[in-house]
Design a protein around this ligand. Sequence first.
Ligand code: UDP
Length: 239
Amino acid sequence: TTTKAGPRRVLLKLSGEVFGGGKIGVDPEVVRGIARQIAEAIRQGTQVAIVVGGGNFFRGAELQQKGMERSRADYIGMLGTVMNCLALQDFLEKEGIDTRVQTAIAMGQVAEPYIPRRAIRHLEKGRAVIFGAGAGMPYFSTDTVSAQRALECQCDMVLMSKSGVDGVYDSDPRTNPDARKLDTVTYGDALRRGLKVVDAAAFSLCMENGLPMRVFGMEGEGNITRALLGEALGTLVTA
Ligand code: UDP
């Protein structure tokens, strides 16, 4: 369900993993390519909010396995996402797009605090808004935050970009060679079948609030722009 009239407004989730180009840290050429694609869609009139993950730096659950306290490990994970946000901001501005980073953990020297109504104003002015530091809460994921930010900022849709997989499959394509890609699926079905390409918490938040989601692979030429502009890539997940 759309909650507002006017231009298309979407929330794009970018996983941190891709920012590193397969390594730890930020690969500037990868981020430049992503920024170019986002800039193109904004120039064509789409309002774009972005949530960036941090898997290229730290994942809380992995640090926990190595003996670190979970909450502190998760805060480290959240801080990692902010580095990705600043890298993306830099390349978006090089493309001539005004951007604001808003973080869920206050750090006034580098970003605004998360203020939803202000975020909406930025979007209305054609600025890209990049949300960092997840929800500011341990035990959450950036997938779940994507659903929450999309709801609070009245986005029409969540666009979950994925690396290495191009949609939702009826079983795990990495382990089952017969897995089939679904063009559409309901949140209820995805949850019942335990399809884990997106967090269950993100699926259920979208389901309960009637917010559609498109899961697509970012690898194809121009895929991010195409998804932002509304092309039917990957899998549409609906309530
Ligand atoms: N994180 C968190 N709360 C949040 C969002 C993220 O604690 O609201 C932490 C968590 O440790 C996670 C890390 O930040 O592992 C990086 O985020 P995520 O794994 O979602 O990034 P992605 O896999 O998308 O790169």
